[in-house]
Design a protein around this ligand. Structure first.
Ligand SMILES: Nc1nc2c(c(=O)[nH]1)N[C@H]1C(S)=C(S)[C@@H](COP(=O)(O)OP(=O)(O)OC[C@H]3O[C@@H](n4cnc5c(=O)[nH]c(N)nc54)[C@H](O)[C@@H]3O)O[C@H]1N2
Ligand SMILES: Nc1nc2c(c(=O)[nH]1)N[C@H]1C(S)=C(S)[C@@H](COP(=O)(O)OP(=O)(O)OC[C@H]3O[C@@H](n4cnc5c(=O)[nH]c(N)nc54)[C@H](O)[C@@H]3O)O[C@H]1N2
Ligand SMILES: [Mo]
Length: 654
């Protein structure tokens, strides 16, 4: 097969994308993903000082033997918990995302909780309230919805297929809550533009309107909900006029949105950008009260979605990851948060090795400068497994080349829909690259392990995963079908009950109280920044997928120079103009960028999307150089949308 013979296109039979591939994926999958000059094609060993970028190619055998020797040494000297396992969004296909976990379970490594850099606060909040955050509405039910409320998500960018082929076509009234007038907000029927970090107050004001108008569903509450009585005093205080003052949203718009949502049937999409706030957990608990008290649950056209986990396709995640098996020699060490990773790596007693696969943490993690310094520690062994040379592989001792998802068979279960798709190998792995599964099988062998669970082939794993789903298809059957809906008709979220301790929706949560949190959500508002500071929002970029594709040449033109966008009045106040060189600054760091001006961004907010690669920037940094690593109220997750910065003219610019 010649390189030119492969062209990645959308699948016309796919029920959601209908043959369309988004622009960034089209460019990357047909560009940098196939480019032997851009991809890592051989194992590499560091040949110079840490961080100076000199590497020499070595054989797989040498690379794996050295890795195994270093990991064994750390396990013997410091204990296996001093080996840290970091991984996240490189690929979400079932085996490549989960199977390497078996290796880390066997070794007894400490897992850095992946969700703590993304969405853990929302998971914790929904878990308190509903007992599950991975069970979302079935989007096919939208045909029965009158209203879709999108709260703190920007699917026009972060989920374009859902936006175009689901939200726009839904025919329902779309209400968007976002501080920024995003493309999603522009398409909506109503856009509420709260100040960042004021959403809990906004939710309480909506509850106030609903209560005052007698639009609560009292029968549903009596049957399914605990804690509404406890919330009511604060709800009755939270008038829309008060919320207008603290959130900056017109009281009349709050009334309109609240009454439309309550009338229903309504869907609620709870965004992940929403909960990256200092009190992001409380925000999500407040917002998630809406469906419970209006009865927008348990019937067609209702429900909420944070995400749909593998589990509701009946994929046995624990089995693939080896969590429930015989692999562990001891109970797993407690997970640590990405917010604490720098501290962990700075402590040579606590950490001796860091393994990074499916992740580019030198791009995505907070405290970028401190993290780089920590990664350079002489007696810290760093392993990085990636498709490309990244800011993270640049700091590794051993770099292993991973095959791309186009180069191995797997299964894919969307975050949004409840469908299950096949991932069929389209070409051979480039150079000597190997799929994650094979890399960790070989590493297990190099460690001298002999547990059969570590050596199952991809085919054996795929057949067993499918068998456990009960879908009645084997991998070849599924390959012929492409995408299936395990349930042919739209499923009702929580049809089997609410998996909380009481079996009811727990607006008042004894578990939250036991964890030292308020028993019920509160109408909280973050303080307004003083001293000319602004709130820095760094959500999804239209041209990258997290940091992925930032190295695609066709997209770098779209990405252009790094910018920050502010409201015209904020620029005028500082005597700044579009195109000016400015510096974003706070106690954590500083980032030179170009100023852009747009009234889609409200007063008090600076907007600079995530995903640029420090190694490609003249400054050698991206927005995470400003990210202090402040943790959320729940889940020790990233409160990156609470970061404050000041903006000043760049004195060094000519
Ligand atoms: N400032 C700021 N920072 C953020 C966020 C934010 O909103 N603002 N968002 C956060 C969020 S939501 C997330 S999820 C994280 C994401 O953070 P990361 O997971 O670090 O995201 P990427 O930079 O895309 O890194 C994924 C890497 O995996 C590699 N990869 C792709 N396929 C494979 C494979 O098959 N095998 C292996 N071994 N590697 C592969 C890719 O080349 C890429 O380098 O970032 C967080 N960081
Ligand atoms: N193109 C693209 N798509 C992606 C990604 C990507 O990097 N690029 N990343 C993927 C990943 S890992 C994730 S987690 C998802 C995230 O997808 P989304 O849930 O859509 O999250 P974000 O894009 O981070 O942020 C969504 C919106 O939250 C808003 N926001 C910020 N602070 C607040 C607030 O205080 N209140 C309210 N109401 N809104 C606020 C931001 O202005 C932004 O428009 O996207 C996925 N899809
Ligand atoms: Mo994420």
């Amino acid at each position: 097969m010649r390189e030119g013979d492969v062209r990645v296109r959308g699948d016309r039979e796919h029920p959601v994308s209908r043959g369309k591939l988004c622009r960034k994926c089209t460019a990357a999958y047909n560009g940098v993903f196939l480019d032997p000059a851009a991809r890592l094609t051989q194992p590499l060993r560091r040949a110079g000082a840490k961080g100076d970028g000199r590497y020499e190619p070595v054989s797989w055998e040498e690379a794996l033997d050295e890795t195994a020797a270093r990991l064994t040494d750390v396990a013997e000297r410091l204990g296996p918990a001093a080996i840290f396992n970091t991984h996240y969004t490189g690929t979400f296909s079932v085996l490549a995302f989960l199977f390497p976990q078996r290796f880390f379970a066997r070794i007894g490594a400490t897992e850095v909780d992946p969700d703590t850099v993304c969405n853990k606060a929302g998971h914790a909040a929904l878990d308190y309230t509903y007992g599950d955050s991975l069970e979302g509405f079935d989007p096919r039910t939208v045909k029965d919805s009158a209203v879709v409320l999108v709260w703190g998500a920007n699917p026009a960018v972060s989920a374009p297929h859902q936006h175009d082929n689901w939200l726009v076509e839904a025919g329902a009234q779309v209400i968007v809550v976002d501080p920024i007038r995003t493309v999603t907000a522009e398409h909506a029927d109503l856009h509420l533009q709260p100040r960042p970090g004021s959403d809990a107050a906004l939710a309480f004001a909506m509850l106030h309107v609903i209560d005052r108008a007698g639009r609560t569903d009292d029968r549903f509450i009596a049957e399914h909900v605990d804690g509404w009585e406890e919330m009511l005093p604060a709800v009755r205080q939270a008038s829309p006029e008060w919320a207008e003052q603290v959130c900056g949203v017109a009281a009349a718009d709050i009334e309109t949105a609240a009454l439309a949502y309550a009338a229903g049937p309504s869907l609620l999409w709870i965004g992940q950008g929403l909960q990256r706030q200092p009190r992001g957990g409380n925000v999500v608990r407040a917002v998630a009260t809406l469906p419970a008290v209006t009865g927008n649950l348990l019937r067609p056209g209702t429900g909420f979605l944070y995400l749909n986990g593998f589990g509701n396709r009946r994929i046995d995640e624990d089995w693939v990851a080896g969590g429930a098996g015989e692999l562990r020699r001891a109970p797993p060490p407690p997970m640590v948060s990405h917010m604490d990773l720098v501290d962990v790596l700075d402590d040579p007693e606590r950490s001796g090795a860091l393994c990074c696969w499916n992740i580019n943490l030198a791009q995505s993690n907070p405290r970028q400068v401190a993290l780089r310094r920590a990664l350079r520690r002489e007696n810290l062994f760093v392993l990085a497994v990636d498709l490309f040379a990244t800011d993270t592989t640049d700091l590794a001792d051993i770099v292993l080349p991973a095959a791309s998802f186009l180069e191995f068979d797997d299964l894919v279960a969307s975050y949004f829909h409840r469908s299950l798709s096949v991932q069929r190998k389209a070409r051979e792995p480039l150079g000597e690259s190997l799929p994650n599964t094979e890399i960790f099988r070989r590493l297990a062998a190099a460690m001298g392990y002999d547990d059969p669970d570590l050596f199952m082939t991809d085919r054996e794993l795929l057949e067993e995963v499918l068998r456990r789903t009960g879908c009645g298809l084997d991998f070849d059957d599924l390959s012929r079908r492409g995408t299936i809906w395990p349930s042919p008709t739209p499923e009702i979220q929580f049809a089997d009950g609410f998996p909380t301790p009481t079996g009811r929706i727990e607006l008042a949560s004894a578990r939250a109280a036991a964890d030292g949190l308020p028993s019920v959500p509160e109408p909280s508002v973050d303080p307004l920044p003083g001293g000319g500071q602004m709130r820095l929002l760094t959500p999804a970029s239209n041209w990258t997928l997290n940091g992925s594709y930032a190295n695609e040449r066709k997209l770098s033109g779209r990405l252009g120079t790094a910018t920050v966008t502010v409201h015209p009045d904020e620029a005028a106040q500082r005597g700044l103009h579009a195109g000016d060189s400015v510096v974003l600054r706070n106690a954590e760091g500083e980032l030179p960028v170009q100023l852009a001006i747009d009234d889609a961004v409200p007063l008090g907010v600076a907007y600079a999307p995530k995903g640029r690669w420090p190694r490609q920037e003249p400054s050698g940094a991206n927005v995470n150089v400003l990210n202090t690593g402040e943790a959320t109220d729940m889940g020790r997750s990233s409160a990156v949308h609470g970061v404050l910065v000041s903006i000043v003219a760049d004195a060094s610019a000519g």
